[in-house]
Design a protein around this ligand. Structure first.
Ligand SMILES: [Zn+2]
Length: 412
């Protein structure tokens, strides 16, 4: 692909970056043995596409907030633009990048929790799916474009913890999952503690040092020993309804390990930093103390004010933080301050956001310290896991042009 020098330089100007040669401005294709973790930037919700070392595909969330009401003024403008729904852009991105691995299917899909910015928002007027059973948004848009092997969430099969989950967006997701199940897609509940749910499906024997560990869901936490777990939330019978765990607190979390490389992702798990709340409401600290330290961490709850607290940052101590942003408060000042703090852990660290509301940079001057604040963020782990690079891919169009590259970093 050829690009003009002018557009190339415009891309470089987006971030403080080491010089990229023009020859490297196109992303090299995934190759066998490589672990790619794409944080896809639509500005409208979370979606992470992993291409595992044997070409097994694993997507975490497929969020899509639709433009409605007064919230729009606080939200990031859609990328590449609003000519398609965010979920369509996600599906098209996944198709393009999976094609490099000769794949056209999502083998594993994990929904971290039942919020629209992770599964797709239902609003009136959305088109119907091919099956006619549900509407197209977020996850459903991705599923319309490519087959799904397995869908895992925190609620299957009853969707009733801590209370029945039946808002319009969740119902639409469930209708989509049910429609897919009729043609062979497997639906499963997330199993905490195991490494046997998100496995390599193609050549597992070739990569014995790769695993996905299920860390947390619904207040159940891996203990760090074998596949054992413990329950952190009190029995619901001992709580008033107003004290029940929130949806965010029930988020699923995983750790991906490839040799020396570790990556943590846990949806919108909060650290319960409201003053005086019981310790069990701080699932983020508990989960990160079991999962960390890691090389790369996705900031939980988009780096919002109730996440990424001091104990979390101390436990994870990553070389790189990634923020999936869609709101003017992603991240908040306290969360960013913690991520940058040399008191919480020593040494350099790089922070990347998938997008940024321009006004946020006026309010929070330290956002200028981010390595990149706009674009798809690809963590590319070398075969065997000993090192990795972080690439920024333009979100302005579907050219997959590289705008910056960082690293290589040594996995620790
Ligand atoms: Zn969220």
């Amino acid at each position: 692909m050829s690009i003009s020098r002018r557009s190339f330089l415009a891309g470089l100007a987006l971030s403080a970056t080491p010089a990229l040669s023009q020859q490297r401005a196109t992303l090299a294709s995934w190759t066998p043995g490589t672990l790619d973790i794409h944080h896809i930037s639509t500005g409208r919700g979370n979606c992470t596409l992993c291409i595992l070392p044997d070409a097994t595909s694993f997507m975490i969330d497929a969020g899509a907030l639709m433009p409605t009401g007064d919230d729009v003024q606080y939200q990031i403008t859609p990328f590449p633009d609003s000519s398609r729904r965010p979920g369509e852009w996600l599906g098209r991105y996944a198709k393009r990048h999976l094609a490099h691995a000769n794949r056209n299917e999502i083998d594993h899909f994990l929904l971290t929790h039942f919020h629209s910015d992770h599964m797709g928002q239902f609003v009136p007027g959305l088109p119907r799916s091919k099956q006619g059973t549900h509407h197209l948004t977020g996850f459903a848009d991705v599923a319309e474009l490519m087959p799904m092997g397995r869908i895992v969430d925190r609620g299957f099969p009853n969707y009733d913890y801590p209370t029945p989950i039946n808002d319009p967006s969740t119902n639409n997701y469930r209708e989509c999952a049910k429609a897919l199940a009729r043609t062979g897609t497997k639906l499963e509940a997330f199993r905490v503690g195991t490494t046997s749910q998100f496995t390599l499906l193609r050549k597992p024997a070739d990569f014995p040092n790769f695993e996905v560990r299920n860390i947390v869901a619904n207040g159940e936490l891996w203990t760090g020993i074998g596949d054992n777990t413990r329950k952190c939330f009190p029995e619901l019978a001992t709580l008033k309804a107003s004290q029940y765990p929130t949806e965010n607190m029930c988020s699923t979390g995983i750790r991906i390990r490839y040799g020396a490389f570790d990556y943590f992702s846990a949806g919108d798990l909060p650290d319960g930093s409201s003053y005086g709340v019981p310790a069990w409401r701080d699932m983020e600290t508990a989960a990160t103390q079991i999962a960390g330290p890691v090389d790369v961490a996705l900031a939980s709850h988009h780096g919002y004010i109730d996440s990424t607290g001091p104990a979390v940052v101390r436990a994870l101590r990553p070389r790189a933080f990634i923020i999936h942003a869609w709101d003017s408060a992603h991240p908040t000042m306290p969360a960013l301050h913690n991520m940058l703090s040399q008191d919480l852990y020593p040494g350099p660290r790089d922070i990347f956001a998938t997008a940024m509301k321009p006004e946020a940079k006026i309010t929070i001057r330290r956002l200028s310290q981010l390595k990149s604040d706009n674009g798809h963020v690809l963590v590319r782990v070398a075969p065997g896991g000993a090192s990795y690079q972080i690439h920024i891919i333009t979100n302005r169009d579907e050219s997959d042009r590289l705008t910056a590259s960082f690293g290589p970093y040594t996995s620790t």
